[in-house]
Design a binder for this molecule. Structure first.
Ligand SMILES: *Cc1c(COP(=O)(O)O)cnc(C)c1O
Length: 237
């Protein structure tokens, strides 16, 4: 595809997503500005991301740190979100590139991220706690029971700033089947905001992918993570 063909393909996909998103916001009395689009670019090249960036999309999600490193070298002025597992030996190269990390999945990772930010005298890294609400063994994240006792520990780490919670619903063709999982994440967040108190601002809820982002917005998502609906078929571009 030429740049122009790619641009027009992306424009119509973004238009479709925006229409769906605004309708979902309207159904529950939210504004579009309350929801940040994180375009999950893990299947496409830096070229596709660059064209999308030129169209005004600012935030991109990558699941593999090494891929994020190489794309970040090629494209400036993008907010990078990590949406996959981060091994501790990749923290040093990854942390300085990140706008937001959606996948805090262990206390060891929290400790190491904290140490790295303090060692480099960087401002706190914004991180979101991943919760495995569906209890699927192939998914990362804390189990819901593990979350409440984390408050004291996380409050003792000045190098990271906890911004909220992230989850993935079980895969299904029917987006409605994600609703109870998303509602559960919101309820967990509300409960933790109450019990952990105002040392934390847990306002971010990262939930909703291509098939279920409208339901996620209805249930309070502030960050949505669609990939396929934007980039399907563009893997070779
Ligand atoms: C791949 C991925 C997405 C995007 O999924 P699509 O179904 O392609 O929209 C969102 N979140 C996470 C954590 C992912 O790994």
């Amino acid at each position: 595809m030429t740049d122009q063909e790619l641009r027009s393909t992306l424009i119509s996909r973004i238009d479709h997503l925006e229409t769906t998103l605004q309708a979902a916001c309207a159904r529950v009395g939210r504004t579009r500005a309350e929801v940040q689009l994180v375009a999950v670019s893990k299947t496409v090249s830096a070229r596709v991301i660059r064209i999308m960036r030129e169209m005004g999309i600012t935030d991109f999600g990558e699941s593999r740190p090494q891929v994020l490193w190489s794309k970040a070298e090629e494209i400036a002025d993008v907010n990078w979100h990590l949406i996959g597992h981060l091994q501790r030996n990749k923290i040093e190269r990854t942390a300085p590139l990140l706008h937001l990390m959606h996948t805090l999945d262990s206390t060891r990772l929290a400790t190491s991220l904290n140490e790295e930010q303090l060692r480099k005298s960087r401002p706190p890294l914004s991180v979101i706690i991943e919760v495995n609400l569906t209890r699927e063994s192939n998914k990362g994240g804390f189990s819901p029971e593990e979350v409440p006792p984390l408050g004291e520990f996380l409050a003792s780490l000045p190098g990271i700033r906890i911004a909220g919670f992230m989850t993935m619903a079980a895969y299904s063709d029917n987006p409605e089947s994600s609703r109870s999982t998303f509602a559960e994440l919101r309820q967990l967040r509300d409960a933790m905001q109450q019990s952990w108190g105002n040392r934390f601002d847990l306002s971010q809820l990262s939930m909703g992918m291509s098939n279920d982002y409208a339901v996620a917005v209805e249930e309070g998502a502030t960050l949505i993570r669609p990939g396929t609906t934007l980039f399907n078929g563009l893997e070779s571009e």
